[in-house]
Design a protein around this ligand. Structure first.
Ligand SMILES: Cc1cc2nc3c(=O)[nH]c(=O)nc-3n(C[C@H](O)[C@H](O)[C@H](O)COP(=O)(O)O)c2cc1C
Length: 357
């Protein structure tokens, strides 16, 4: 049996294999609500054999959306649509997870296919917030610096978001602390110039993330895992580093985080990133090796054999696929065949299942 198809247990939750659908914004929601697109898109990937699907960055407050078209979980009215998706994923033996997010200074932009520019308040955008009043790029309006009271509001929004997600049956929560969004903005000295207890030293910059982790963990029952996605490096002089990530990982482990999803970049516009096959796996490997915390590898993992090697060599505990899963919703089923492992197909598709080589 391929290592890629061995189960993984995190706390009391068992994933049937090591393939996760990475969170991917669909920019297809109105006022944060899911619709048929989300059900069909996510449902297809559950049919395709993934063990866990992480719903896209889902905003815990409206001003935390990257675009006006993002999913949200800031009001109870969002819950029936989310529940419908969770129920379908579960019916396909796929675990439903959700990435809770706040975009901070990178909020209020238009969706990629609408140009991706700042949406001004006059056109339905909003004033963004951040640890410090410095914009992501110099041509963008400055965010408003969060006050200490606002920061407690952010923690509370993640807490309530977690509670809502659990109420509709999500079994995995992932906190989005990567890609230059709000929690990452606090972590990195490139975006955090605060002089109070949330800025300056490493301990101060990680404080908000630890508070959000504590609030989230307090809502989660003991048997359900908490994941955090970080950008393991800013790829920029003076920014967050891999060594910082190792240090953070050890602390998160003590605070009840069960797996670190290791991405990189996104906090500054022009970082020099050596993009190539599996280019971020090294960070998942280093963090796992140096702390013992379980990790997920993501980024240009596109082939069954490549994914298998990552798990077999113990570089990471899970692989997360984004674009390859858009090209091939059935990647897990295809990978199992390629690797000579027999996995269950949905019974409706059983007659199309290739026989083992
Ligand atoms: C359409 C699209 C939307 C994405 N949205 C998110 C998101 O909501 N949250 C997140 O953490 N990463 C997001 N990402 C990044 C992916 O999760 C992943 O980390 C990245 O694409 C690298 O993996 P890949 O090479 O398999 O595509 C998105 C990527 C794509 C292509």
């Amino acid at each position: 049996m391929a290592y890629l198809f061995t189960p993984l247990t995190l706390r009391g939750l068992t994933l049937k294999n090591r393939i996760v659908i990475s969170p991917m914004c669909q920019y297809s929601a109105a006022d944060g609500f899911t619709n048929d697109w989300h059900l069909v898109h996510l449902g297809s990937r559950a049919v395709g054999g993934a063990a866990l699907i992480l719903l896209e960055a889902t905003a815990v407050v409206p001003e935390g959306r990257i675009t006006p078209d993002d999913l949200g979980i800031w009001k109870d009215e969002h819950l029936p649509g989310l529940r419908r998706i969770v129920d379908f994923l579960k019916s396909e033996n796929c675990v439903a997870g959700i990435q809770l997010a706040h975009a901070g200074r990178k909020a209020s932009h238009s969706s990629p296919w609408k140009g991706g520019a700042v949406v001004p308040e006059s056109e339905g955008g909003w004033q963004t917030v951040a640890p410090s009043p410095s914009p992501f790029s110099p041509d963008e309006p400055a965010p408003r610096e969060l006050t200490l009271t606002d920061i407690q509001g952010v923690v509370e929004a993640f807490r309530v978001g977690t509670r809502r997600a659990l109420s509709v049956g999500f079994e995995v929560i992932e906190l989005h602390a990567a890609h230059g969004y709000l929690l990452h903005q606090f972590l990195s000295p490139l975006s955090n110039q605060r002089t109070d207890e949330y800025g300056g030293s490493f301990e101060n910059r990680i404080r908000l993330l630890l508070e959000v982790v504590a609030a989230t963990r307090a809502e989660l029952p003991d048997h359900l895992p908490l994941l955090v996605r970080i950008s393991a490096t800013d790829w920029t002089e003076g920014g967050w580093t891999a060594a910082d990530s190792v240090r953070l990982a050890a602390i998160l482990q003590d605070h009840g985080v069960d797996l670190l999803d290791c991405s990189t970049g996104g906090n500054v516009p022009r970082a020099d990133i050596p993009v190539g096959p599996g280019y971020q796996v090294q960070f998942a490997e280093q963090i796992k090796r140096e702390t013992g915390l379980a990790t997920g590898a993501v980024g240009m993992i596109t082939e069954a054999r490549q994914a298998e090697d990552i798990i077999a060599r113990g570089q990471a505990d899970l692989v997360l696929l984004a674009r390859e899963s858009l090209r091939d919703a059935y990647f897990p089923l295809h990978a199992a065949h390629e690797l000579g492992t027999d996995v269950e197909w949905p019974e409706q598709y059983e007659r199309a299942k290739p026989r083992r080589r």
